[in-house]
Design a protein around this ligand. Structure first.
Ligand code: ADP
Ligand code: MG
Length: 622
C-alpha cells in the first residue's frame, strides 16, 4: 500500500517522454486548468486568452451545450436551463439542498428522486454529475487543444470538507468527461503546494479562500512533507458576489432607481462587478450604462467609498478564521504563513484586514484565483511520472479503509478511509473458543463488510496465548500507517504481554481504477452487505451457544431426564440446520428456541456448581 508513492506503477516516464497531465480547479464560480511545462506551472487560457472559465452550463434549444462566459450571459434570460454553482449540489440529495439556505430557492426544476438530484432541462434530466462533467469536458478540450495531445490524467481539487459522497461524485463527473483522475486533492493542500511548501516547509499555515460565493478557511499543518488539515471553517453564503451586490445597491441609491427589470439589473450587476475588479488596481472607477428606458447612468466611485461600503463583509470573514484556529488549537503566534486564495482576495482591503489580523503580510505573489489549479498541476505532473522516480510528494489521507477479519468472515474497520497519515489506531479483540492459544490476524483493505469482497493485504498469527475461557483474553491489535504510507500491524495479548508484529509492504499500490471500482461496489452493494453481515453475526452467535451447550452436556448431562435431553438435542439439530442454510430470521428463531430449551438445564448446573464450591467449607469461610 505505497499510498504516498507518487509514481504509479507503470507510469514512470521514459527519458524525454513527457506525459500530458493537468490540474483542475473545479470551482463554484470559476474553474481553471493548469499544467507544468519546462518545470513551470501555468494556467491554460482559452482562445480569447481568458484563464478562468465560469462554472456555468447552459443547455440550449438546438441541443448545444454552452459552458463558461456565454452560458453566464444567458443565465438571466434562461435560468431553468442554465446551471450555475453546481458544486453546491454535487454529491447531495434533494433533502440536503432543501435544508440549505443557499440552495433552497434555486430556479431549477428538480426531479422527485430522493437519492440523486435531478435537474429537468430542455436537454432532458441532468444530474449535478452531468453538469460538472460538462465543465470538466470543456477544460479537457481546452487543455488538449493547447497542449496538442491526449491527456494522461488529471488531478482535480475538492474542498477539504467534502465528504465521501461529494468526492465520489466529483470523480464520477471526471470519468464521464473522459478524464483519468490521478487523484483528488484538497484545495488548501493544492494552494500550499503551489507556494512550494511541499517538501521543505514546516509549520502551521492558514489558507484563506474567498471565492465568488463561498468563504473557506483551513488550518494546515506541514511537517516533513506531510500535510494535515487541522480544521476547516467558513461561510457558504459569503464571497465576491456579495461585494457586487453591495455596490449594485449603492448604485441604485445614487441614481434613485427602483423596480428595475431583469435585463437592467443584470446589466448593472455585471457593471458593478467590473467596477469592483477595477478598483483593485485603480483609485476610482466609472459605471456607465443606458437602461431600457433610455436613462443614462454615469456614476463615479472611489476605492475609499467602495471599501467603506463593503468593510463589514471583510470583517465577517474573521469569525470563521477565529473558530478554525480555536478548533485546531493554534494561536496567531503559531502561524508560519497565511496563503491567500480566491479571486476576491485580490481586493486590497481584504489583504489589509488579513495582514492586520495575523500581524504578518500574507503570501500573495501568485494569482489568487490560479493557485489551486497550479498546485494541482504540480501534483499531476509528479503523479504522471514526469519527475524523477526518487522524488516524492506526500499525500494526506488513506484512500481506502484498513481493517481486520473477524469471526464469520466479517471486516472490522480499524482505520477508516480518508484518515490523515501518519496515524495509529488500536482495537481490542478476544478469543472465540475456550483454551484458544493462537489467533490468526488477517489484514484487509476496502470498504465492503465481508472479507471476501475486500483486498487481502497480509496474514499473521499471534501465538502463545495462555489457555483462557473464550472471551477472557484481551488482544489489542494496533494499526500504524507511517509517513511513507507503509502499514504495520501488531497484536499484543494484554494480560500476558505476548506479542506479534508484521510489516505490510505490498510491492503494488491499488491504482485509482481499482479504488474507484471497490468504492462503487461498496455503495451499490451496501444493502446485500448489511444482510450478509446480519447473517454472519447470527451464525457466530449460534456456533458459540451450540459449543457452550455441548460442553455443558459433556459435563452435566446426568442432571437431565430423557425427555429434556431429547428436546435439547432436537434444538441443537434445528440450530445447526439453520446455520447451514436458513435465513437470518429462522436462524435467530432457532437460537432463541435453543436457549429456551436449555433454561432449566442451566439453572440446575448453576445449583450444582454452587454446591461443589461450598463443599467442605465452613460457614464463616464463605
Ligand atoms: P470560486 O473559487 O468560487 O470558483 P474564484 O476564486 O474564481 O471563485 O473567485 C471569484 C470572485 O473573485 C468573483 O467574485 C470575482 O469578481 C472576484 N475577482 C476576480 N478578480 C478580481 C479582482 N481583480 N478584484 C476583486 N475581485 C476579483
Ligand atoms: Mg476556488
Amino acid at each position: 500500500m505505497a499510498l504516498l508513492q507518487i509514481a504509479e506503477p507503470g507510469l514512470s516516464a521514459a527519458p524525454h517522454q513527457h506525459r500530458l497531465a493537468v490540474g483542475i480547479d473545479l470551482g463554484t464560480t470559476n474553474s481553471l486548468v493548469a499544467t507544468v511545462r519546462s518545470g513551470h506551472a501555468a494556467c491554460l487560457p482559452d482562445k480569447q486568452g481568458r484563464m478562468t472559465l465560469p462554472s456555468v452550463v447552459r443547455y440550449g434549444s438546438d441541443g448545444e451545450i454552452d459552458v463558461g462566459q456565454d452560458a453566464l450571459k444567458a443565465q438571466k434570460i434562461d435560468p431553468a436551463n442554465t446551471i450555475s454553482s453546481v458544486k453546491r449540489l454535487i454529491g447531495r440529495t434533494l433533502a440536503d439542498i432543501k435544508a440549505n439556505e443557499e440552495t433552497r430557492y434555486l430556479p431549477y426544476r428538480f426531479g422527485e428522486d430522493e437519492r440523486i438530484i435531478q435537474l429537468h432541462t430542455r436537454a432532458g434530466v441532468k444530474t449535478p454529475i452531468d453538469v460538472s462533467a460538462d465543465i470538466l469536458h470543456a477544460l479537457k478540450n481546452r487543455a488538449e487543444a493547447s497542449l496538442g495531445g491526449e491527456l494522461t490524467g488529471a488531478v482535480i481539487t475538492v474542498p477539504a470538507y467534502f465528504d465521501d459522497a461529494q468526492r465520489q461524485a466529483t470523480k464520477d463527473a471526471a470519468r464521464l468527461a473522459g478524464l483519468n483522475v490521478l487523484r483528488l486533492l484538497n484545495e488548501p493542500t493544492a494552494a500550499a503546494i503551489a507556494y512550494g511548501l511541499d517538501n521543505r516547509a514546516e509549520g502551521t499555515f492558514v489558507v484563506y479562500d474567498l471565492g465568488g460565493g463561498t468563504f473557506d478557511v483551513s488550518i494546515l499543518s506541514l511537517s516533513q512533507g506531510l500535510f494535515e488539515v487541522k480544521a476547516t471553517n467558513g461561510n457558504s453564503a459569503l464571497g465576491g458576489d456579495d461585494f457586487d451586490q453591495r455596490l449594485f445597491c449603492w448604485l441604485l441609491e445614487q441614481n434613485k432607481l427602483s423596480q428595475l427589470n431583469e435585463q437592467d439589473s443584470a446589466l448593472l450587476l455585471s457593471l458593478a462587478r467590473a467596477a469592483k475588479e477595477a478598483l483593485t488596481h485603480d483609485n476610482s472607477a466609472t459605471i456607465q450604462a443606458t437602461l431600457s428606458d433610455h436613462r443614462h447612468i454615469n456614476t463615479r466611485i472611489t476605492r475609499a467609498t467602495f471599501q467603506q461600503l463593503t468593510q463589514h463583509l471583510v470583517a465577517k470573514t474573521l469569525a470563521p478564521v477565529k473558530q478554525a484556529m480555536r478548533d485546531a488549537g493554534v494561536a496567531k503566534t503559531d502561524i508560519t504563513g497565511v496563503i491567500m486564495v480566491g479571486g476576491a482576495t485580490r481586493m486590497p482591503h481584504v489583504q489589509q484586514a488579513v495582514a492586520t489580523f495575523f500581524g504578518q503580510t500574507p503570501l500573495n505573489n501568485l494569482n489568487p484565483d490560479e493557485v489551486v489549479a497550479l498546485g494541482a498541476a504540480i501534483q499531476a505532473n509528479v503523479l504522471a511520472g514526469n519527475k524523477n522516480d526518487d522524488e516524492w510528494l506526500l499525500l494526506d489521507v488513506t484512500p481506502l479503509s484498513l481493517g481486520l477479519e473477524t469471526y464469520g468472515g466479517l471486516v472490522e474497520k480499524v482505520i477508516p478511509r480518508n484518515t490523515t497519515i501518519p496515524t495509529a489506531r488500536a482495537q481490542d479483540f478476544t478469543t472465540f473458543k475456550d483454551g484458544q492459544s493462537a489467533m490468526m490476524i488477517h489484514v484487509v483493505q476496502g470498504e465492503r463488510e465481508l472479507v471476501s469482497d475486500c483486498r487481502s493485504l497480509a496474514r499473521f498469527t499471534l501465538r502463545g496465548i495462555p489457555p483462557m475461557m473464550a472471551g477472557a483474553a484481551r488482544i489489542r491489535v494496533t494499526f500504524q500507517v507511517d509517513a511513507d504510507g507503509l502499514l504495520s500491524v501488531s497484536a499484543c495479548e494484554q494480560t500476558t504481554g505476548v506479542q506479534a508484529h508484521i510489516e505490510v509492504k505490498p510491492s503494488y499500490g491499488l491504482d485509482d481504477a481499482a479504488i474507484t471500482q471497490m468504492l462503487k461496489d461498496s455503495f451499490s452493494n451496501a444493502e446485500t452487505d448489511v444482510q450478509a453481515r446480519a447473517r454472519a453475526e447470527a451464525v457466530v452467535e449460534a456456533q458459540s451457544i451450540m459449543g457452550a451447550v455441548q460442553s455443558a452436556l459433556a459435563l452435566d448431562a446426568d442432571l437431565l431426564d430423557a425427555s429434556e435431553q431429547q428436546s435439547i438435542q432436537a434444538a441443537l439439530i434445528q440450530t445447526q440446520s439453520q446455520v447451514n442454510e436458513g435465513d437470518v430470521q429462522s436462524l435467530r428463531d432457532a437460537i432463541q428456541a435453543l436457549s429456551h430449551a436449555t433454561d432449566h438445564f442451566a439453572a440446575m448446573r448453576m445449583n450444582r456448581n454452587i454446591q461443589r464450591a461450598l463443599q467442605g467449607k465452613k460457614v464463616n469461610e464463605i
